[in-house]
Design a protein around this ligand. Structure first.
Ligand SMILES: *Cc1c(COP(=O)(O)O)cnc(C)c1O
Length: 446
């Protein structure tokens, strides 16, 4: 719940559990929820199993598909559909659970939490849906006023539960993010108002995402008899693919052969995997905005394992990185990196072409983030090794890109229809730290 550790680093479990083939063979017939329970119990030692099961079951009741994350086969490629949650993006898989486990812990400790965050549009709604209506939690989400798409705005502002506060800031996303940073750096304020975050460095989010990697692996093993597979992961903050790395370490050796790290034109992580060069450049806007990221906030976690669990070296390198914006990795380390990862950067043109081609061949619509992953998989996959592409958003969430690719906008799923007729709630505020702090102070749980 604390987000960053007190020394500014990220939190990790003391050790990573592993399961043997016997154990996983017993997992084949489990539902998604039952599998989540087995995996969480390897990491969580302070919540009784029956309470944890009830939290898991409640978290996935909000999903529109009985399998939660169904696997579909299109040609040679498996698509793992992660978008059946309430906001039609994969972040629901983790955030639905996070809201429930936070509420559970706060009930036990008698605490309160005021969550503060900024969004550029895509991910605020998943956080809001994760905690709407929860006891002991209020959430304040800043978005840039009139700079998010109408559907993104409505997905957030039509949540009118009394614990949800949408703050439209008269400025840019960077203004919003800057304000949130300043608020968290005001330690007396942070402590007084029990501020919390639900951003992608939260360990519980990573943990919840491990489940679908194992779920997909078990399904393919059962259906095809193949025990070694690849995953292609559209990557921004390195959270989702880091969950894949944890799953790879959890399962028997070789179960997950390669993690294909797919980037759009913001290719920092591709340069890292292919050349050992981790150096920041400018962020460019693409049709897959949730991956328009240069500094991958979970990368530090991977670095710790790459360095053989050496926190001092990780810390030293991160200090160097924050000074000169660059890290280089030698041949030896590159060898280790490439044993786990392959990577491709996918251009805008290729992204749209992949949506078009996949639609023509399979009558199946990919959202632009998923298309980046599918394109990278097509370039990296090997014969005889099944590849699973993570479908991170529903195509209707990114209708403009789909329209550009196939000349026709996707049909809206029923959950995204009629939003404009619903009641909505939002405060428009100046992009000023004091203004936002005053608003939070007036509406926070104490
Ligand atoms: C957040 C997001 C991603 C990137 O996931 P990371 O965990 O940040 O790497 C990819 N696609 C969609 C649709 C997202 O919302």
């Amino acid at each position: 719940m604390m987000g960053l550790a007190t020394d500014g680093g990220l939190l990790l479990p003391e050790f990573l559990p592993k399961v043997d083939l016997n154990t996983v063979n017993g997992w084949e017939a489990l539902s998604f929820q039952q599998l989540a329970s087995r995996i969480f119990n390897l990491f969580i030692t302070d919540i009784p199993a029956d309470q944890l099961d009830s939290l898991i079951n409640r978290s996935y009741e909000t999903f529109a598909h009985p399998e939660i994350t169904p696997l579909v086969k299109k040609g040679d490629i498996f698509i793992l559909e992660l978008f059946h949650g309430p906001t039609f993006a994969f972040k629901d898989v983790a955030l639905q659970f996070l809201g429930n486990i936070f509420e559970h812990i706060l009930e036990k400790t008698g605490g309160m939490m005021n969550i503060v965050g900024a969004t550029s549009g895509d991910t605020g709604s998943a956080a809001i849906y994760g905690v709407r209506g929860k006891d002991r939690i209020n959430i304040f989400i800043l978005h840039p006023h009139k700079r998010v798409s109408p559907i993104q705005e409505l997905q957030m502002t039509t949540v009118t539960d009394p614990n949800v506060f949408n703050l439209a800031i008269k400025g840019t996303f960077d203004d919003g993010q800057g304000i949130v940073k300043s608020i968290f750096n005001d330690i007396p304020f942070k402590d007084k108002f029990h501020l919390g975050a639900v951003n992608s460095i939260n360990w519980a989010r990573i943990l919840a995402q491990v489940v679908y990697y194992v779920y997909a692996w078990l399904k393919i093993k059962t259906e095809t008899g193949k025990e070694s597979i690849d995953f292609s992961v559209p990557t921004g903050n390195f959270g989702d693919i880091f969950a894949g790395y944890i799953a790879k370490n959890l399962l028997p050796q070789g179960s997950i052969r390669k993690l294909i790290l797919a980037t759009n034109e913001n290719n920092l992580l591709t340069r890292f995997v292919n050349k050992g060069d981790y150096s920041v450049s400018k962020v460019v806007a693409t049709s897959s905005p949730s991956m328009d990221i240069q500094m991958a906030s979970n990368f530090e976690r991977y670095l710790y394992y790459l360095y053989g669990c050496d926190p001092e070296r990780t810390k030293r390198d991160f200090e160097q990185f924050s000074q000169n914006g660059r890290l280089n990795f030698d041949e030896n380390l590159l060898h280790t990196i490439q044993a786990d990862f392959a990577s491709k950067s996918v251009s805008e043109e290729e992204t749209l072409a992949t949506i078009r081609q996949f639609h023509q061949e399979h009558n199946y619509l990919l959202d632009p983030h998923t298309a980046v992953g599918v394109n990278a998989a097509q370039k990296c996959c090997s014969e005889n090794i099944p590849v699973v592409c993570l479908a991170t958003a529903h195509p209707a969430k990114f209708g403009d890109a789909v329209l550009k690719a196939i000349g026709k906008a996707p049909d809206l799923p029923s959950g995204l229809q009629g939003l404009e007729d619903m009641e909505s709630r939002c405060e428009v505020l100046d992009p000023d730290v004091k203004t936002i702090q005053n608003f939070i102070a007036r509406h926070a749980l104490l």
